[in-house]
Structures are given as C-alpha cells and as structure tokens.
Design a protein around this ligand. Structure first.
Ligand code: PEP
Length: 253
C-alpha cells in the first residue's frame, strides 16, 4: 500500500521565530485533530532544520525535509548543502527538481539524476518534482514531456532504489498562481505517470509509488484533488505557511 503524504514547501519564507511558531502549531493541530496515518513532511529553509528537529523528534507522523541538496558529496561548492549534511541532522526527505530550481537555477534532468543518486546513497527520500509549463500544455505532448522528466532523472535506478522515490506532479502554470489543475487534469497525469512507471518497473512498484499533486492546492480544493484514485497527497506551497490551512489540507488526505 502506498503512503499518503502531505509535504509543505515553505520556500524562502519565515524568520526563525515564525518558523518555530508554525512548526509548533502544526505539530499540535496534527496531534489533536488528525487521526489518519498520513505522513506529514515540513520543508523549511535548511538553516532552520536543526532547530526544528526538536519539535518533531520522536513523532513518526511528522518528518523534516530539505528543499534541495547538491549533487556532489562534498567540496568547494560555496553556499551549497550536501545530502550527507542533511542526513547528519536526521532530515528524512529532500525536494528535488522543483520547477523554481529548474527555472531560476537551470537544473537539468541529468543533474537531477545525480541529486537523486546522492540523496538515496545518504538514505534521504527524494520528493521528485515534475510538471509542464502552460505553453507546453497548450502546444505539445505535455504528458510525454513530464514522462520524459521521470525517464531521464529516475529510470536509471534499480527497482529497489526506485521504490524509495516519491513523485510530485506540479504543473508549473498552477504553482503560486491560484490556478489549480482540475481534479480530472490531475488524475489524468497521475494515472499516465503511474502507467509509465509500471511499464518500466512493473505494476507492484507503480502501485506502491506515492504521486503527490502540487500547484495552488489549498484548504478549499484539497479534498476534491485528493479524492482521485491516483493522487496520494500533495506538495503544498502557499497554504503550508498557515497552520490552520495546512492542517486542513492534511485532514483532506
Ligand atoms: C510548490 O511550490 O511546490 C507549490 C505547490 O506552491 P503553491 O502551493 O503555492 O502553488
């Protein structure tokens, strides 16, 4: 059975004080209000991870994730963070290939394959982001484009390694825009990606792969999106910055 996961991507937001407040509120609300076994992942800016660890330690329902890591093991890469460093402070997840990293930092499918490798070598679970632009959706084989992102960054993995990957489908046109994919659009892509994974790794691995939806998912629309059979939770940006909204999304999963 695949896991239901709701991950909050805080991006470059919050002071330390605000980050601590948000984390404590989410921890308390989840404890008091959420009975299902959905895995919650908080992805704050990396420099807060060590401080926030104490708020989630020993709580198996809430894990910490980073928003990125470097593809090399260590060395002269000023300003970067290695997967081994994240592991050394008990971080469990890492978002890789977010469209903002692809767009503003030029991350390529080949580079992401290396980031996936080093993350897995260090025992981190990659949340691998993929998704098409509006132009691609309107003018090309957009499903083929997203499948190709998965092929080029993930299909070199052994079946055992692939089994550790979480996918996040995030149509770029829906990220931070207030435009959400309809439940049907999300389901269409998720089913296509699951089939693609099945053709490479077999039905069992495809069935066990969590595929999250991301792109303006919020307290109002999450239940409808998550009701789709192939949508296994969400990667949440804006709505993860408010504890009440985020917890409502978690409840919807
Ligand atoms: C994201 O950036 O991963 C995201 C889904 O953002 P938002 O929810 O704000 O669209």
């Amino acid at each position: 059975m695949r896991k239901k996961i709701v991950a909050g991507n805080w991006k470059m937001n919050k002071t330390l004080e605000e980050a601590v407040a948000l984390t404590s509120e989410v921890v308390n609300m989840i404890k008091d209000e959420v009975t299902s076994d959905v895995q919650v992942v908080l992805c704050p800016p990396s420099l807060y991870l060590t401080t926030l660890r104490q708020y989630v330690q020993g709580n198996s329902r809430i894990a910490l994730g980073a928003q990125n890591c470097h593809e090399k093991a260590s060395g002269a890469y000023t300003g970067e963070i290695a997967a081994s460093m994240l592991k050394s402070i008990d971080v469990q997840y890492v978002i890789l290939g977010h469209s903002e990293r692809r767009q503003y930092f030029g991350e390529t499918n080949a580079q992401l394959a290396e980031k996936v490798n080093i993350s897995l070598e260090n025992g981190l679970t990659p949340i691998f982001c993929c998704g098409e632009s509006l132009e691609q959706r309107q003018s090309s084989d957009f499903i083929g484009f997203v499948k190709n992102q998965i092929t080029e960054s993930l299909f070199h993995l052994t079946p055992e390694a692939f089994g550790k990957i979480v996918i996040a489908y995030e149509p770029i046109w829906a990220i931070g825009t207030g435009l959400t994919a309809t439940a049907d659009q999300a389901q269409e892509m998720h089913a296509a990606l699951r089939q693609h994974i099945g053709e490479k790794y077999g039905e069992e691995i495809a069935d066990n792969t969590s595929i999250l939806y991301g792109g303006s998912a919020n307290a109002q629309n999450a239940a409808e999106l998550f009701a789709n059979p192939d949508v296994d939770g969400g990667l949440i940006g804006g709505a993860s910055l408010k504890s009440r909204d985020f917890t409502t999304v978690v409840k919807a999963a």
